[in-house]
Design a protein around this ligand. Structure first.
Ligand code: DC
Length: 231
């Protein structure tokens, strides 16, 4: 039986690190849905396209994004181009929530995400903002991973500085706060915990602790599903 794991929450809460490691531990692929929205933002910025459905919905339905494993992590390719680093730039970070508001773009990406989940025999771990509420409402395990704005900004700042970012912590905190507001207040599929999600606050938890909790939850659900299947 496939295991569907949804991990949602605000930027910088550690979703992608946790989702990647949970996927490894359970032997199922990890799908980073934020990378899909980010790739469209990258293309729009590079090609000078307007941030409207008219300009971008077709791009979203024929995106051709691929995820492939590399060492501990995962890389992202658009056609033959590796965009893993380009989609994480601060410019893309500032543009992406404007793209994620567009109903036509969301519809195309949600459709692609549901198709990806269905095509994986053993299941998937998918992270984003609306996975538990819209993309996989029937997911076996739903996690809403959060942390204080300060903790999330500090983590994200350290990551970006290691890659050569020279902006201040305050600037980054401001940009994460704006993104939280835009993602949480938009009309279509706003970021929020699903009613049946387990809310984990990672402010005072290590990555290892969060991963251990999520894996344990998944194993319990799997064992329960096996028992009820045999009854
Ligand atoms: O998780 P991330 O920071 O890579 O997400 C980038 C943006 O895309 C963020 O502003 C929220 C949006 N997003 C979304 O609206 N729905 C998703 N399922 C995933 C990301």
């Amino acid at each position: 039986m496939p295991l569907l794991v949804a991990i949602d929450g605000p930027a910088g809460a550690g979703k992608s690190t946790v989702a990647n490691r949970v996927g490894h531990a359970l032997g199922i692929p990890y799908v980073d849905t934020g990378a899909m929205y980010r790739s469209i933002a990258l293309l729009a910025l590079e090609q000078g396209l307007a941030f409207t459905d008219a300009a971008l919905a077709d791009t979203a339905s024929s995106l051709g994004l691929r995820f492939y494993p590399s060492g501990e992590g995962q890389r992202v390719a658009l056609g033959t181009r590796d965009v893993t680093d380009a989609i994480r730039s601060p410019q893309v970070g500032r543009a992406v929530s404007k793209i994620a508001k567009l109903p036509g773009v969301r519809e195309a990406l949600v459709h692609a995400q549901q198709g990806l989940a269905q095509s994986e025999m053993a299941g998937v771990v998918m992270d984003g903002r609306d996975i538990g509420t819209h993309v996989l409402p029937g997911a076996d395990v739903k996690i809403y991973l959060t942390a204080t704005l300060e903790a999330r900004s500090q983590r994200r700042h350290a990551e970006l500085v290691a890659k050569g970012y020279t902006g201040t912590l305050e600037e980054l905190m401001h940009s994460l706060h704006e993104r939280d507001e835009e993602d949480g207040c938009r009309q279509v599929a706003p970021m929020r915990p699903a009613r049946d999600a387990v809310v984990l606050d990672s402010t005072v938890l290590s990555v290892d602790e969060v991963v251990a909790m999520v894996v344990a939850l998944c194993q319990t659900r799997k064992a329960r599903a096996r028992v009820s299947h045999h009854v």
